[in-house]
Write a protein that binds this ligand. Structure first.
Ligand SMILES: [Zn+2]
Length: 125
């Protein structure tokens, strides 16, 4: 993992800036240990506000996947999304190739739409 300065409280801005540089940030609850892959004001499991910014792993396992056949305006049709388990956290991202539940994937790219980044994963052998 890279050595980066982690912001004390994670905002959407710091989360998206880091993602554009290939680093996935998340949060870990000091009270229950729950990890998330996106900025939240409080722990979604226990409600604690004692949550610290952490750097997430960029390689994980496909938890579920789906193909979006009818795309929102501005998106190519037929793209695939996957929920990826990264350590204790789950995140949603695009997948650049055919993946199945249980496959190992790694962060390979960042898809940007109107300045909003989202992670892109590809399978690893
Ligand atoms: Zn918690």
């Amino acid at each position: 993992m890279s050595q980066i300065e982690l912001p004390e409280s994670l905002t959407y801005e710091s989360w998206s800036e880091s993602l554009k540089n290939g680093t996935l940030l998340g949060q870990e609850c000091a009270d229950c240990g729950h990890q998330t892959a996106a900025p939240k004001a409080a722990c979604v499991r226990c409600g604690s506000r004692d949550i610290a910014t952490i750097e997430l792993e960029t390689t994980g396992e496909v938890y579920s996947e789906t193909t979006i056949a009818v795309s929102p305006l501005g998106f190519d049709a037929g793209f695939k999304l996957a929920v990826v388990q990264l350590g204790e956290a789950k995140t949603v991202g695009r997948v650049s190739d055919d993946v199945e539940i249980g496959d190992t994937v790694t962060l390979s790219d960042v898809f940007e739409h109107e300045g909003q980044p989202s992670p892109v994963f590809e399978s690893v052998e």
